[in-house]
Write a protein that binds this ligand. Structure first.
Ligand SMILES: Cc1cc2nc3c(=O)[nH]c(=O)nc-3n(C[C@H](O)[C@H](O)[C@H](O)COP(=O)(O)O)c2cc1C
Length: 307
């Protein structure tokens, strides 16, 4: 039997996404009938880790607008013909991170992905819905089909995960303290990802690869909190206004720096002050517009793409 080929295209600043991808691929790697390759995307000008607060917020407008940045040359694997492509990515500012969105705008990505079956793996804080919409649109333009999605999130309460992720991204401190849980996706959830890989592999072997999402969902691969759907919808709207405002000034100019500083003061304040209020408003909305919201939840648990 010809070996089946899987390519994992990924980006990771801290290694979390690579750990998730490794866990997903464990079953494939252990089976001699598969070849598993990795393609790590790297930006020519990498963002720092840990970030400074200014650099972090200064990256927002162009990231949100999906402006392509130069990537280091790809390996030859990107020219290969694969049976399955695993796109392992993280949202930045409710948008695929710049390395991923830049990749998806290259001719190489078009060639690699045209007509292919894709599994998306997401590792994030808890807001990935809009980023996945942007990824699905780019993949659909190549005639690629998302056959499965696994979204691993930090399951701590929203405000807690804002604190722990900022501590991680700005100071490099991921570990738990006496008051705070560890930042990021839990070790247990990363381990669990092996099961999603095995489900995908079994589906390939049974020839049922086009209908794996329900099986993945049944094992918790995608869990959606309705309140977060509403919060993210509001976030997308306000980010599209703020990215226009901050991004209107050239990077490095005084006007830009002042606007970034305004944004970096207001955003965390809005999150901390508004988040509990919005949770209450969302709970009310959830009751009033339950059917509409549950339709959204079902949509985000599938891999369809709204026109
Ligand atoms: C600039 C920046 C913006 C981010 N924005 C989001 C976001 O909108 N939603 C979210 O759930 N996580 C967000 N995160 C967290 C990332 O998705 C990811 O979990 C984290 O950066 C670790 O990923 P990595 O080490 O694999 O690159 C953001 C991280 C960074 C660095």
């Amino acid at each position: 039997m010809d070996k089946k080929k899987v390519l994992v295209v990924y980006y990771s600043q801290t290694g979390q996404m690579r750990d998730i991808a490794d866990s997903f691929c464990r079953g494939f790697v252990a089976d001699d009938n598969y070849i598993v390759d990795y393609e790590q995307l790297r930006l020519v000008n990498e963002f720092p880790f840990p970030w400074t607060a200014f650099t972090f917020f200064n990256a927002f407008p162009e990231t949100f607008k999906e402006q392509a940045l130069p990537l280091l040359p790809f390996s030859d694997k990107v020219n290969g013909d694969y049976d399955l492509i695993v796109l392992a990515y993280q949202p930045w500012f409710l948008t695929p991170s710049p390395a991923i969105s830049s990749f998806l705008q290259t001719p190489a990505a078009k060639k690699l992905l045209t007509g292919k079956k894709v599994v998306t793996l997401i590792g994030c804080r808890n807001m990935w819905l809009g980023a996945q919409e942007k990824v699905k649109k780019r993949l659909a333009a190549f005639g690629a089909k998302v056959i499965g999605n696994v979204a691993l999130v930090d399951k701590s309460p929203n405000v807690v995960s804002v604190i722990t992720i900022l501590r991680w991204l700005l100071w490099g401190r991921k570990e738990k303290t006496s008051l705070l849980p560890a930042a990021g996706v839990s070790e247990a959830d990363i381990r669990q990802c092996e099961i999603y890989g095995r489900l995908t592999k079994n589906a390939i072997e049974r020839g049922e690869i086009d209908s794996i999402q329900d099986g993945l969902n049944a094992q918790g691969a995608v869990e959606i909190v309705p309140e977060l759907v509403l919060m993210e919808r509001r976030g997308q709207r306000s980010f599209s206004i703020w990215s226009g405002f901050v991004g209107a000034k050239p990077i490095g100019s005084l006007g830009r720096n002042l606007r970034v500083r305004l944004f970096m003061t207001l955003l965390p304040t809005a999150i901390f002050i508004l988040s509990p209020i919005l949770m209450i408003v969302s709970a009310l909305q959830l009751r009033l517009k339950k059917d509409e919201l549950m339709a959204d939840v079902r949509y985000f648990m599938s891999n369809g793409l709204r026109g």
